[in-house]
Design a protein around this ligand. Structure first.
Ligand code: KG4
Ligand code: ZN
Length: 365
């Protein structure tokens, strides 16, 4: 392999395997993406309607070596060019995280460079800077995907304060489950987004779970159940004192295309409404209670692809005088470039790890 670049201090090799994507990337100086390879397992999990952890772990094992090789090759660098190896070591599926972590430790040891453990969700908040302008801080960030829904106040790329998070399902998970109820396929987000275009958002008013007071946490399990009952009926419902059993036993098969579109649109509108409200609360909280003049709004994670959410945050950005930063689609969904990019900031702040680094499935930070 020939090296075009030579040894560069900010050249990071990143690995991401927290869920169902095996990904490796090479990023220079935190923002310049030299390669970004993602091997998706979506097809393997589609028939189960969600990610099966055991299957994900095994698929990572098969994919990791070829993906490492491809990322080096596409970046046209030699291992001796790399300044550090970064890996998303939290949060995620533990079996999946461990595959990436072991690979990263091996590379760091063989290449004799520092190892940097990266919080996967924090890395999502760095993604808008990839192949783009630097992010202006302080920033608010909403990171919403199949595995997480979190609101942060970011004082810098690696000083993030968690302001709120989902207390049950992630937003993307709710999209996936509602799509499964409507028999729209997996992953559900794009399918709901598409179906909602032909629907009437106010035809069915699904509940908005805003939680108590000024809570910045989210809850999406209630709306998922509301859609389930709307489509399949309430098991054991009693009407006029008579047990009715399941009211609509045919579920989604008994619905017209228009009815499906209306449900998709109503569900999507409710989720976006909640997000809009929470973002507004978070920005006000940061400005008033934290005395921090938030200038930027970062929206990342797979759900940032949602057209209604994009429109809502664009409008909100204008209203609250915020520069809205949504990453390019390839950097919205899980990827290793965001991991390598954030690691460049960690490296320059001296935040490196050693080969004792462990993986953590759940973190509330
Ligand atoms: O970030 P990501 O690729 O992986 C996780 O860490 O989960 O996000 C995937 C999630 C899935 O739940 C998918 O349904 C959702 O993002 N998603 C969307 C859209 N595109 C993907 N949700 C809503 N609208 C979309 N257009
Ligand atoms: Zn993610």
């Amino acid at each position: 392999m020939t090296s075009k670049i030579g040894n560069r201090p900010g050249l990071i090799f990143g690995i991401e395997s927290s869920c169902d994507e095996t990904a490796c990337a090479v990023v220079a100086g935190g923002r310049e993406v030299l390669s970004n390879v993602v091997a998706s397992q979506a097809d393997l999990h589609a028939r189960f309607g969600g990610v099966v952890p055991e299957i994900a772990g095994r698929a990572h094992l098969e994919a990791i070596n070829p993906v490492i090789a491809q990322a080096l090759d596409e970046a046209d660098i030699a291992p001796t060019d790399v300044a550090a190896v970064a890996v998303a070591n939290r949060p995620g599926l533990i079996g999946s995280l461990l595959v990436g972590l072991m690979a990263a430790k091996t590379l760091a040891w063989v290449w004799r460079v520092p190892l940097i453990g990266v919080n996967h969700i924090h890395a999502h908040a760095w993604a808008p800077a990839l192949d783009d302008e630097p992010i202006e801080y302080p920033a608010g960030a909403l990171i919403a995907s199949g595995g997480h829904t979190s609101l942060y106040l970011c004082r810098s790329p690696n000083e993030l304060e968690l302001l709120g998070a989902t207390i049950d399902d992630a937003a993307g998970e709710a999209f996936d489950k509602v799509a499964a109820i409507l028999k729209l396929g997996y992953p559900g987000g794009p399918a709901i987004d598409q179906a909602a275009r032909n629907g009437q958002a106010d035809a069915i008013k699904f509940p908005r779970s805003l939680l108590k007071g000024q809570s910045l946490d989210f809850s999406f399990s209630g709306i998922k159940t509301a859609v389930l009952y709307h489509v399949n009926g309430v098991p054991g419902a009693i009407r006029d004192g008579v047990e009715k059993g399941i009211e609509h036993p045919h579920g989604a098969d008994g619905l017209t295309e228009k009815e499906i579109s209306d449900i998709a649109a109503g569900f999507q509108a409710a989720v976006v409404d909640v997000m809009r409200t929470k973002i507004k609360r978070a920005v006000n909280f940061a400005r008033q209670d934290r005395d921090t003049d938030v200038r930027t709004l970062i929206v990342g994670g797979g759900v940032a692809a949602n057209s209604a959410l994009r429109q809502a945050v664009a409008e909100l950005g204008k209203k609250l005088d915020l520069d809205v930063r949504i990453p390019a689609m390839e950097y919205c969904t899980d990827n290793a470039a965001m991991v390598a990019g954030l690691a460049c900031n960690l490296l320059s702040s001296g935040k490196i790890d050693d080969l004792e680094l462990s993986a953590t499935a759940t973190v509330r930070r």
